[in-house]
Design a protein around this ligand. Structure first.
Ligand SMILES: [Zn+2]
Ligand SMILES: [Zn+2]
Length: 240
């Protein structure tokens, strides 16, 4: 198993990441990937780009670069437990790949019930494509209820390899999340969450975990070119 799409990447548009879109695309090409999702942090992150970044992205950045298909997206911040996002719907609507994530710097962790309510609201938002690193123990939630809702609303769950190193308790919890995705037939993508070009496509720990739990390969969307192409097309036309 090898990924053909990097589904979560950051750039110099936020100051805690260190490569350009072009450098990331070049790294993706060198590693034999076919797709790169540009998913910058939303403007509520302290050093995130201005909201104009997302407004201008679809017209400013081409859909092919260095031989790689570019999905112009975002990692929107979830700001509360009603599922409010920090990018306006009109802008999300024009993006190809929208991840929604909780970060402690943009939303103070609350109770398990609050996190559950928050994810249920996000699940029902048709502008969100991907659930970002939900294995984070600081935002514990009712896995069974929420992952069933991800299935109901056709969400994709991200298995974020970067979380295994940096988000407390993530490895064990990501495994539990993945087991429930298997149970409820929620498709997943494995991402690196790269903040520098050398990390693009580095998702092996996530793939290894999925193999260990015998996760069905046909439900891992970014290990097959045709499968990912199809989902990319499905997710993009919402902007028309
Ligand atoms: Zn970041
Ligand atoms: Zn994130």
């Amino acid at each position: 198993m090898k990924v053909i799409a990097e589904t979560h990447s950051h750039t110099v548009a936020c100051s805690h990441a260190y490569s350009t879109i072009t450098e990331n695309a070049r790294a993706a090409a060198q590693k034999g990937l076919h797709f790169l999702c540009v998913t910058e942090h939303g403007p509520a992150m302290k050093d995130g780009p201005h909201e104009w970044f997302f407004k201008n992205l679809p017209q400013a950045v081409p859909d092919e670069l260095e031989g790689i298909s570019i999905l112009r997206g975002a990692e929107a911040n979830i700001l509360d437990y009603q599922g409010t996002l920090d990018i306006p719907d009109t802008d999300l609507n024009r993006l190809d790949w929208v991840i929604a994530s909780y970060h402690t710097v943009c939303c103070e962790p609350g109770s398990k019930q609050e996190h559950t309510n928050g994810w249920l609201s996000v699940a029902s938002n048709p502008l969100v494509d991907v659930i970002g690193h939900c294995g984070d123990a600081r935002f514990d939630f009712d896995f069974d209820t929420v992952i069933a809702a991800f299935a109901q609303y056709g969400k994709i769950v991200e298995i974020n390899a970067h979380s295994f190193d940096c988000r407390p308790g993530s490895k064990k919890r990501c495994r539990e999340v993945a087991l429930l995705c298997k149970k409820y037939q929620v498709p997943v993508v494995c991402s690196s969450d790269a903040h520098f070009y050398t990390q693009i496509g580095k998702v092996q720990p996530a793939l290894d975990m999925l193999r260990e739990i015998e996760f069905p390969e046909e439900m891992i969307l970014n290990i097959d070119v045709e499968r990912f192409q199809k989902i990319a097309q499905e997710k993009s036309p919402k902007k028309q």
